[in-house]
Design a protein around this ligand. Structure first.
Ligand code: ADP
Ligand code: MG
Length: 252
């Protein structure tokens, strides 16, 4: 496996009595862009949150099976969860900007990680904003409040914040659900570019998005991975009736 590949092995997750993931098996290569597609409630968010152990915080949560990132079992007791979350960054459905300047939003993670050198910080801020395709729009107003940016810009800022920490894996949980079509396409294009350097897992309830992104797609339904196939195949010749029903709009 590539150094930043991902593997779920018979992985299950339950919130008390609610079984959210049922023995899923998925293998994602390093630098692959992978889409998890499924209706609301199918377990997409749970799957992503298990990948950086954000779900550790859920009191009723129980998992079994294994998840590997970069060949390492991430639920192993020796794993340092803080550094795991740095390696596996996450963008949420609703933009989450800090009530601070554009510059400080990107610098924040570095400062928290102990970086003090102003030159290093400003270099990383610029590099990250360029990589998130936001630099040209904000370079003349880095001191302005980040919450004045548009929704699409805020999502790209959230990406820049993650990129500043040099992750291996980027998780995006319905990142365009609040965005207009132009901003949505912009993010989708950006994901294809970023996959050259990072492993990316995109969750969406929208089959059109999965089709446009055109990556390999895993169809998740009621906590089960029904099938995994390249987008072109899953939309033209789905291997399961439930997939067919979903992509044709008769389900979810
Ligand atoms: P999706 O992101 O595909 O909409 P989720 O992972 O959010 O799916 O949810 C999967 C299932 O787990 C749903 O039945 C949902 O109601 C349940 N669930 C999600 N979060 C919690 C929670 N914190 N406590 C209890 N049940 C939850
Ligand atoms: Mg969700």
């Amino acid at each position: 496996m590539n150094h930043n590949g991902i593997r779920f092995e018979n992985f299950s997750y339950a919130y008390g009595e609610v079984q959210a993931l049922r023995s899923i098996n998925i293998e994602i290569a390093g630098n692959e862009l992978f889409t998890v597609m499924g209706p609301t409630g199918s377990g997409k968010t749970t799957m992503l949150r298990c990948l950086n152990r954000l779900n550790d915080l859920v009191g009723s949560g129980r998992c079994s099976g294994s998840v590997f990132v970069g060949g390492r079992s991430i639920y192993d007791p020796s794993v340092d969860v803080t550094s795991l979350r740095r390696r596996v960054g996450m963008v949420f459905a609703m933009p989450t900007v800090l009530p601070a300047s554009i510059y400080e939003n990107v610098a924040y993670g570095l400062r928290r990680a102990g970086e003090r050198a102003a030159v290093v910080i400003s270099t990383v801020v610029e590099k990250s904003l360029i990589a998130a395709a936001l630099w040209d729009e904000v370079k003349d107003r880095l001191g302005e409040r980040a919450d004045r940016l548009s929704g699409g810009q805020q999502q790209r800022l959230a990406l820049a914040r993650i990129l500043a920490l040099e992750p291996d894996v980027i998780l995006l949980d319905e990142p365009t659900s609040g965005l207009d079509p132009i901003s949505t396409l912009r993010i989708e294009d950006l994901l294809r570019d970023l996959a050259e350097k990072y492993t990316i897992v995109l969750a969406t309830h929208n089959p059109h998005q999965a089709a446009r992104v055109g990556s390999r797609v895993g169809f998740l339904f009621q906590g089960e991975i029904v099938e995994i196939a390249p987008a072109a195949q899953i939309f033209t010749s789905p291997g399961d009736q439930r997939t067919e029903a979903f992509v044709s709009g008769r389900l979810g």
